[in-house]
Ligand binder design. Sequence first.
Ligand code: NDP
Ligand code: F7E
Length: 328
Amino acid sequence: MADTTGSEMKSGSFMLEKSAKIFVAGHRGLVGSAIVRKLQDQGFTNLVLQTHSELDLTSQSDVESFFATEKPVYVILAAAKVGGIHANNTYPADFIGVNLQIQTNVIHSAYKHGVKKLLFLGSSCIYPKFAPQPIPESALLTGPLEPTNEWYAIAKIAGIKMCQAYRLQHQWDAISGMPTNLYGQNDNFHPENSHVLPALMRRFHEAKANNADEVVVWGSGSPLREFLHVDDLADACVFLMDQYSGFEHVNVGSGVEVTIKELAELVKEVVGFKGKLVWDTTKPDGTPRKLMDNSKLASLGWTPKISLKDGLSQTYEWYLENVVQKKQ
Ligand SMILES: NC(=O)C1=CN([C@@H]2O[C@H](COP(=O)(O)OP(=O)(O)OC[C@H]3O[C@@H](n4cnc5c(N)ncnc54)[C@H](OP(=O)(O)O)[C@@H]3O)[C@@H](O)[C@H]2O)C=CC1
Ligand SMILES: C[C@H]1O[C@H](OP(=O)(O)OP(=O)(O)OC[C@H]2O[C@@H](n3cnc4c(=O)[nH]c(N)nc43)[C@H](O)[C@@H]2O)[C@@H](O)[C@@H](O)C1=O
């Protein structure tokens, strides 16, 4: 019988297989690109990378042919329909439909074509809106979800359950990591559809460049969020591929939370905007707090390294060089 507790099997073989073929799905996104950088830094030499236009992961037949032809040994699934509170609230059908399709196609074909191990990525929004804080992995499915992202959360919960079901029925090594709110290079800086951190970085930058007096920030400023730099997340993903083969999903966070007001003040300082903040309380706050309990990952031996202040400065430098300068 397969493991149902997560206590068994510390394989440790992933790091020894530097030439094994690894499919990183979503390699041009925030997370996928950080995972590719991390794997390359660690000496992995055989990465299979397909852009969205080369392989649409919502197409079952295309995904099936890709796995039949390429036969990757490992899969890290970082492709998904992703966005902030406004995008989640505005496009519920895409957030549930596209994500269910991508993950179902990839997980099933990976299993069918003999992939040795797969890492599925969910999100801290899988937990109930009023989960105990910090949120332990065991809080999954113990209460109603936050309405602004329940469609995305349902898809992500289905992904976790699919990995668990394939582990139970087929003894297949599919694991799930649940990252907290992420940020870093290659983030989405769209003014409405992005997450709060890149949205504010862009808005403060543009206000500074245009000598504006004020910047509008959504909601009340009181919600608390935990932020993790994407390079730390990538490091955790490689760690999990190597060190974890359990049934239960694993939280991946920084353990540090700030209010949205504190975050806005920090981003304002890093960007160097001197005007004032104006709060648009017609915009939703979303979940009041979602600090994850990271003790499971810490007990396995992984902790984050990049502070929010350093990560913000690094991300702003990247934004200036790669987004602002490229537009000029
Ligand atoms: N960003 C965050 O704060 C958090 C992210 N996560 C999880 O991390 C994972 C990656 O997210 P993130 O990197 O932020 O998202 P991004 O939007 O930055 O990247 C997603 C990637 O998936 C690709 N993709 C989307 N749809 C398809 C498709 N149909 N076929 C092929 N490729 C596709 C995108 O390509 P293209 O752009 O060309 O469509 C893009 O490269 C997701 O599972 C997400 O849930 C979890 C917690 C927080
Ligand atoms: C990672 C996680 O991300 C999403 O959840 P979220 O944490 O609520 O995401 P968010 O980053 O968009 O907002 C965080 C807070 O910030 C406030 N806020 C202020 N000003 C802006 C602003 O300008 N843009 C945005 N987006 N938010 C703003 C906003 O009102 C909210 O109170 C999920 O849908 C789901 O995708 C998911 O899993």
